[in-house]
Design a protein around this ligand. Structure first.
Ligand code: AR6
Length: 165
């Protein structure tokens, strides 16, 4: 089932949260900064062992000091006008996170609105891609509980309207 929340993803108490990271996986601002602060320095230590991550891909770590058991770090595309495969790369982020969730028998997962902050991906298009990609992935994993954790009201309203249909 798909759930929608206006929430701080660092408080999520299910199996996994997704981090909107950068290719270094060594922390940053936005939700990435909030997750590292809440998880504690053990998360950064584990991330240092991963060798970074390509845009559109994802890597799993433990949740360390977070209530969630795991963090799945994914790297969204920087919006550059739409002609640089941004839509396909964003879909790939959601798809790869769901594949990793399946491999690790994750029963509940919370996603932030990947790329819609510092990376400036248009929110409406990002939400359409997120919902379509998750719905498709859930055909193979019908029991998983997916939470869209929106942090700003604009994203929350966009998701609410799109999920009605
Ligand atoms: N819980 C849920 N969502 C949040 C939280 C939170 N605690 N804090 C922010 N958001 P952004 P990006 C939302 O900028 O665009 C970092 O520096 C925020 O409102 O965090 O993918 C990385 O290291 C927005 O809707 O990520 C990268 O360098 C969404 O999270 C870069 O930013 C994503 O915004 C990635 O940029």
């Amino acid at each position: 089932m798909i759930h929608l929340e206006l929430s701080d993803i660092t408080k999520f108490t299910g199996d996994a949260i997704v981090n909107a990271a950068n290719r270094s996986l060594l922390g940053g601002g936005g939700v990435d900064g909030a997750i590292h602060r809440a998880a504690g320095s053990g998360l950064l230590e584990e991330c240092r062992t991963l060798g970074g991550c390509a845009t559109g891909d994802a890597k799993l770590t433990s949740g360390h000091g977070l209530p969630a058991k795991y963090v799945i770090h994914t790297v969204g595309p920087v919006w550059q006008g739409g002609g640089h495969d941004e839509a396909e790369l964003l879909a790939s982020c959601y798809r790869r996170c769901m594949e990793i969730a399946s491999e690790h028998e994750i029963a509940s997962i919370a996603f932030p609105n990947i790329s819609t902050g510092i990376y400036r991906f248009p929110k409406e298009l990002a939400a359409e891609i997120a919902i379509a990609t998750i719905r498709k992935a859930m055909l193979d994993m019908p029991a998983i509980e997916v939470y869209f954790s929106c942090f700003d009201e604009e994203n929350y309203r966009i998701y609410r309207d799109l999920l009605k249909n």
